[in-house]
Design a protein around this ligand. Structure first.
Ligand code: ZN
Length: 292
C-alpha cells in the first residue's frame, strides 16, 4: 500500500469541495490556481464550473499548471419519461464525452439517474425497474460513442438514499453487473468510480472491489460519513471526522493494483463551503496524509 503520510502527490481535489469559499461561489480558474499553488497535481472539475469558465480556458489553465484530471463530473441521468427525453440525455452525454476528451480526463464519471422528474419532486412514475433498464440502454449507447473516442466511462454507484432522484445503481455489485453485461470482453472502456461515501456500508465491498480488478477501478473518491448526518446531499465530512475506515478501503483498492489519485469530494453547505478555500485545501492536504 502506498504511503500517503509524507506528501500529497496522490491527492486530487474534486472541485465541488471548494465550490464555495465563505459561502460565495468560486470561479473554477481560481480553484485551479489555488490547487497549483499548493502542489496539488490533480483535480476533478464539474461540467457547470467548466461551462462557466469556458472549456478552452480551463484546458489552457490545466496545461499551464501541469494539472491532471482524476475524472470529469459528470455524465449520466439517462432515464426519461419519453423518447425525446431519452434522446436529449444521450445528446448531452455525448457532449460530456467531448468535454472530457478536450480536458484530457482519464474517464467520464456517470451518475446514472433515477426516476425521471424525481429530482424536481415530480416523479413521472414509480417503476424503478424501468429506470434501471433505461440506464443500461443509455450506457450501452453512450459506450459506443465514448469507445470510439477512447474515453472510458465510470459508473459511480450512489448510496441507496439517492435511488429515487440521482442514481438507481446503488451498489458496486450492481455497477459491475452492468460492466459485465455491456463490456463482457473487459475492454477497459467501462468501469466504476468507487466513492466511499456511497459504498462504505456495503458488506460486499471488499469482494466487489476484488471482482472489479485493476482494469475496472477507474476512480477512488473519499470524504467521511458524519454521525449524525443532518442533510442528505450536502453534509459530507472531511476525512477523519466521521466513521469510514478509509485506509482499510484504500488497502482493498490498492490490493488490486489501483495506483491512481485519491479524490477528495466533499459537499458541505454548512461547514466546509462556509470556510475559506485556502483553509479547506490545506485541511484536505493534512487529512490526506493523516486519514487516507
Ligand atoms: Zn464521487
Amino acid at each position: 500500500m502506498r504511503d500517503f503520510t509524507t506528501d500529497h502527490r496522490w491527492l486530487s481535489i474534486n472541485t465541488a469541495t471548494v465550490r464555495k469559499s465563505r459561502g460565495v461561489d468560486v470561479p473554477l480558474i481560481d480553484i485551479l490556481d489555488a490547487c497549483a499553488q499548493r502542489g496539488i497535481r490533480a483535480v476533478a472539475p464539474w461540467r457547470d464550473q467548466v461551462a462557466a469558465a469556458g472549456l478552452a480556458n480551463v484546458a489552457r489553465t490545466l496545461k499551464a499548471h501541469g494539472l491532471e484530471l482524476s475524472g470529469y463530473c459528470r455524465g449520466g441521468m439517462f432515464p426519461a419519461a419519453d423518447a425525446a427525453g431519452l434522446q436529449a440525455a444521450l445528446d448531452d452525454n455525448r457532449r460530456a464525452v467531448d468535454e472530457a476528451c478536450a480536458l484530457g480526463s482519464p474517464c467520464l464519471v456517470l451518475v446514472v439517474g433515477g426516476l425521471p422528474g424525481a429530482l424536481d419532486g415530480k416523479a413521472a412514475h414509480k417503476n424503478i425497474a424501468l429506470a434501471r433498464s433505461q440506464v443500461a440502454d443509455g450506457i450501452a449507447s453512450l459506450l459506443e460513442y465514448a469507445h470510439e473516442r477512447s474515453m472510458p466511462l465510470s459508473i459511480e454507484p450512489l448510496h441507496p438514499m439517492y435511488a429515487a432522484d440521482r442514481a438507481c445503481v446503488n451498489t458496486l455489485e450492481q455497477a459491475l453487473d452492468l460492466c459485465d453485461a455491456l463490456d463482457p470482453a473487459r475492454s477497459g472502456a467501462l468501469g466504476v468510480a468507487v466513492d466511499l461515501y456511497h459504498v462504505w456500508w456495503d458488506p460486499k465491498l471488499q469482494a466487489q472491489v476484488q471482482r472489479a480488478g485493476q482494469d475496472r477501478l477507474h476512480a477512488f473518491h473519499v470524504c467521511d460519513w458524519l454521525t449524525p448526518t443532518t442533510e442528505l446531499l450536502t453534509d459530507r465530512g472531511m476525512m477523519g471526522d466521521g466513521i469510514i475506515d478509509i485506509r482499510q478501503a484504500r488497502g482493498w483498492v490498492e490490493a488490486q493494483s489501483f495506483a491512481g489519485y485519491s479524490e477528495v469530494e466533499i459537499f458541505s453547505s454548512t461547514n466546509w463551503w462556509q470556510r475559506d478555500m485556502g483553509e479547506v485545501l490545506d485541511t484536505c492536504i493534512a487529512r490526506h496524509q493523516s486519514a487516507v
